[in-house]
Design a protein around this ligand. Structure first.
Ligand code: KG4
Ligand code: ZN
Length: 400
């Protein structure tokens, strides 16, 4: 079975073609290969403004969506030695594609509409099923992708480790989603079946990285920038770890951002002794290079400490032996190594699943992968009989 996945929830225009082979009598798919995976990002454009301007992101989506889909279909079907499914003109047959999966929420409404309307049109003209995917659930499905075709391997990062079918997550498992807009913990009991355990009460972990980076004058997206500088710094500022000891599985990161803002503000108030560098007393003194690196290490460690403690606590509470992580922040190698360290330190028998970095940030492959496991019935309460009835939902969540 071949699925085209389309993802346009924010500032990435992404599409991928995945091939899966159903292997069990229940029809579940155990081997899912990426035939092609294309991501066009307007992040560098958004970076000029220190964050995303929704109107601009949507306009970039419109420019990129058709070229991205044409490219991803060309790459995949060249490999299959089949003619590329046509997406316009007289021959609108869609031969070779068995279904179209698309992110229908949550996200920026203008961006979402571009992907949803394109997917609806393709499903309709090709007469193929349309599978609506909740973006947040989609992120987790990067953990079920078992392979790349060799030439796609050549394009991905050397750190990419991708599992075999024996290594895909098993149920029950704890899922930690850490993206730019969401931080959620869920207990999965089957595909599409989960219990919501907790989430952030204010800023998401990725949002905290991005907002702290902005305070430090670093470009958007801030997570990778802080991550890079933190590698050469030390956790010298000991920032707060909000809610790390609370009895629930919720998070709160806005206080951490405020602590960073206060630190910088104190540093720039005339007459007030700088906390960044006690030898300086007045004026707007930007952090030195060493202070900047240490501040980045302190921010990163504070965020990661909370994520690690709460995720392992959830696994212990529900007595599960598998943890899956997902979302842009999951590409942070310190998060992965600290989680592994805590699991080992507590002598727990827990297997941690982490997608390769390029499948942690937004991509079409995770949406297509979700399409294999979440048939229309499960992906959306209202089964999509007529693709044209699908509506984008910017406020979709995992919590209900
Ligand atoms: O999942 P994603 O690509 O988009 C959303 O669905 O939001 O996540 C983007 C978020 C941004 O906040 C970005 O700063 C963060 O992921 N991020 C990172 C790293 N790479 C991306 N945060 C920390 N360390 C990283 N290496
Ligand atoms: Zn995302």
């Amino acid at each position: 079975m071949i699925i085209l996945g389309i993802e346009t929830s924010c500032d990435e225009t992404a599409a991928a073609v995945l091939e899966g082979s159903p292997s069990t009598s229940s029809g579940s798919t155990s081997r899912i290969q990426i035939l092609s995976n294309v991501v066009a990002s307007s992040a560098s454009l958004q970076s000029k403004y220190g964050g995303i301007i929704p109107e601009q992101a949507a306009r970039e989506q419109i420019k990129s969506i058709i070229p991205v889909i044409e490219e991803v279909l060309s790459q995949a079907f060249f490999k299959k030695r089949l003619p590329r499914p046509a997406i316009g003109g007289a021959r609108n047959d869609g031969v070779g594609v068995d279904a179209v999966a698309v992110t229908y929420g949550p996200g920026l409404i203008g961006s979402l509409l571009v992907g949803v309307e394109t997917a609806k049109t393709l499903a309709r003209i090709w007469n193929k099923p349309l599978i609506p995917v909740n973006h947040l659930l989609g992120h987790f499905y990067a953990n079920w992708i078992t392979g790349y075709t060799p030439d796609v391997y050549a394009q991905v990062s050397p750190k990419s480790h991708i599992g075999s079918e024996n290594e895909v997550p098993k149920f029950p498992c704890i899922g930690l989603l850490v993206s730019g807009g969401h931080t959620d913990l869920v207990l999965f009991t089957d595909h599409g079946k989960y219990e919501y355990l907790g989430g952030t009460r204010d800023d998401a972990a990725g949002e905290c990285f991005d907002k702290c980076a902005r305070l430090l004058g670093l470009p958007y997206p801030g997570g990778p920038e802080i991550n890079k500088l933190a590698e050469k710094g030390k956790d010298t500022f000991r920032l707060p770890r909000p809610m790390i000891n609370s009895n629930d599985l919720d998070f709160s990161f806005s206080g951490l951002k405020t602590a960073v803002a206060n630190l910088l503000h104190t540093n720039s108030t005339p007459g007030v002794k700088s906390k960044l560098n006690p030898s300086r007393h007045t004026g707007s003194v930007p952090p030195s290079e060493v202070e900047l690196r240490n501040l980045c290490a302190s921010i990163e460690t504070a965020i990661i400490d909370v994520l690690v403690v709460k995720t392992v606590k959830a696994a212990q509470k529900y007595n599960v032996e598998q943890i899956i992580i997902a979302g842009g922040v999951a590409s942070n190698q310190k998060l992965v190594s600290d989680l592994e360290f805590r699991i080992k330190d507590l002598e727990l028998r827990i297997k941690l699943h982490v997608p390769p970095p390029e499948l942690c940030t937004d991509n079409g492959a995770m949406i297509a992968a979700a399409g294999f496991f979440l048939p229309p019935r499960k992906a959306n309460k209202n089964s999509i009989k007529d693709p044209l009835t699908l509506q984008a939902n910017p406020n979709l969540s995992l919590a209900y």
